[in-house]
Design a protein around this ligand. Structure first.
Ligand SMILES: Nc1ncnc2c1ncn2[C@@H]1O[C@H](COP(=O)(O)OP(=O)(O)OP(=O)(O)O)[C@@H](O)[C@H]1O
Ligand SMILES: [Mg+2]
Length: 405
């Protein structure tokens, strides 16, 4: 099996992750935590595939036929060639497949279906193994594409999906934060294509929408520059995504001041704070520090360090940074700014969204940056803070660099 035989489902961001679409006979496990939107996504995929002229059977083992139909109505996922069923018995399910002869079978979820021939409860290891094995056999012998929903808990302790990962052709993870509507789909295993693609979606009341151009979502809407924000370009798989970091540094009355992160790595924040304290004299020990990304983005890669540091410095000095600049660089323990992977794509994305300046690690500009974007090379934290000050105008230069001198 190869890319050549994959056919698109009509859900662009899902196809992107799968390496083009579904493959006849291919079995894909879609794993995700409760409530993340698995049923919503797969019902949408099922309906769109059906509208391309294929017969699709969507079997829910968790909801009644009326519930499934209700969701399909709510999210606009009814289609002539989409058959909706509610079934928990494996034998009956196989009979329905024999009868309907679908090109695509969706089973929601693999933990909810059980075989009468095997002991143990639905969702147990032996049942999951039997259900998955039977469906994989069915997929291969009839050339049916199969999408299996798999539940995982926060600690990943459910036996099912772990057993399953070896059996299926591809595993995609459906991720999202409870407080955000952003959903990311990532391939963690793929026999049909690469695993470095990420699909972006937004969960809405009316269903799930593909986000082919997610970059602007992770910027705050504020028109005027406010202290404590800095923009960077994060990589999600092969995709550069422009992302804003916000920080708040305030006086603390607590014996051990707060260190709170959202969407950022807390141990990297601690390291960046320590470097900033050493280089600038910022008295972090008596301050509460909050740092977050905007819009539910998770940015844990070191390339975002410089933006975190500049957002912290900006908040501590109560001095806004230039709104038309992005910052790219890993911060080293000695305050040096280190190289980042994929600099070219990051700069291209910043230019595309209208940014005019980019702070980049000294010596890394081996490819010409986009014409619209002026790179500013910085070797260390001090140079970075000064450069940001210069981009903000003369008043800011004095304020920020004297505060860090
Ligand atoms: N009737 C509704 N109206 C509006 N939004 C809804 C409705 N039902 C569900 N949702 C939203 O859709 C989200 C995703 O639900 P969905 O059932 O697709 O998740 P799931 O991953 O399949 O969950 P589960 O693990 O329970 O099967 C819910 O968290 C909720 O925010
Ligand atoms: Mg569900």
């Amino acid at each position: 099996m190869s890319h050549a035989v994959a056919y698109p489902t009509g859900v662009g961001e899902f196809d992107r992750v799968l390496g083009g679409g579904l493959v006849p006979g291919g079995v894909v496990l879609v794993a995700g935590e409760p409530g993340v939107g698995k049923s919503t996504l797969l019902l949408d995929v099922a309906a769109r595939t059906a509208r391309t002229g294929q017969t699709v059977l969507y079997v829910s083992g968790e909801e009644s036929a009326a519930q499934v139909r209700g969701r399909a109505e709510r999210i606009g996922a009814l289609a002539d060639r989409l058959l909706l069923a509610s079934e928990t018995d494996l034998g009956t399910l196989v009979g329905q497949v024999d009868h309907a002869r679908p090109a695509l079978l969706v089973v929601d979820s693999v933990q909810a279906v059980a075989s009468a021939d095997v002991d143990g409860q639905a969702g147990g290891v032996s049942q999951v193994r039997e259900v998955a094995g039977t469906l994989i056999q069915l997929a291969k012998s009839r050339g049916i594409a199969v999408l299996l929903v798999g539940h995982v808990t926060k600690d990943g302790s459910v036996a099912g999906p772990r057993v399953l990962e070896h059996l299926v052709d591809a595993v995609v993870q459906f991720e999202g934060d409870r407080h955000s509507r952003l959903r990311l789909v990532r391939a963690v295993k793929n026999r049909f294509g690469a695993t470095d693609e990420v699909g972006c979606f937004e969960l809405r009341d009316s269903g799930i929408a593909s986000l082919p151009d997610p970059s602007g979502l992770f910027l705050s809407q504020a028109g005027d520059a406010v202290p404590g924000t800095c923009v960077t370009v994060a990589m999600e798989g092969r995709r550069p995504i422009v992302t804003e970091v916000q920080a708040l540094v305030t006086g603390s009355t607590l014996p051990s001041p707060r260190r709170t992160t959202s969407g950022l790595d807390s141990s990297r924040l601690a390291m960046i704070l320590a470097v900033l304290e050493k280089r600038s004299g910022l008295a972090a020990g008596t301050r509460d520090v909050f740092a977050a990304t905007v819009g539910g983005m998770r940015t844990t890669e070191p390339a975002a360090d410089l933006a975190v540091l500049l957002a912290l410095a900006s908040s501590a000095m109560d001095q806004p940074l230039a709104r038309d600049a992005v910052a790219l660089g890993e911060v080293g323990l000695a305050g040096e700014i280190r190289r980042v992977p994929a600099l070219g794509p990051r700069l291209g994305e910043a230019a595309r969204l209208g940014f005019r300046y980019a702070l980049v690690p000294q010596g890394q500009l081996d490819v010409a940056p986009p014409a619209e974007l002026s790179p500013v090379e910085v070797a260390d934290v001090r140079e970075a803070v000064e450069a940001m000050g210069r981009l903000c105008g003369p008043r800011a230069t004095t304020a920020v660099s004297s505060a860090t001198a």
